[in-house]
Design a protein around this ligand. Structure first.
Ligand SMILES: [Zn+2]
Ligand SMILES: [Zn+2]
Length: 71
């Protein structure tokens, strides 16, 4: 099992849909066929939600980049 780093969390498991290091609800399928992993950060957004950082284990993009490409 290959590990990769998302934000501060280094133990995400490439290709594992049950990745134990992911935030709740992740990983999600990425349009490239990979998995979008997510790490919680210590920060909160103005609404009080924990900020997460996302990263695909195959194409290396995050959800913000994908949303930009779709618009
Ligand atoms: Zn993960
Ligand atoms: Zn991807």
């Amino acid at each position: 099992m290959k590990l990769f780093e998302v934000g501060e969390v280094v133990n995400h498991r490439v290709g594992d849909p049950q990745c134990p290091e992911c935030a709740e609800g992740y990983p999600e399928p990425c349009p490239c066929g990979g998995l979008m992993h997510a790490s919680e950060t210590a920060e909160e957004d103005p609404d009080g939600n924990v900020v997460i950082v996302t990263l695909c284990d195959q194409c290396g993009r995050n959800e913000d980049q994908l949303a930009e490409m779709a618009s």
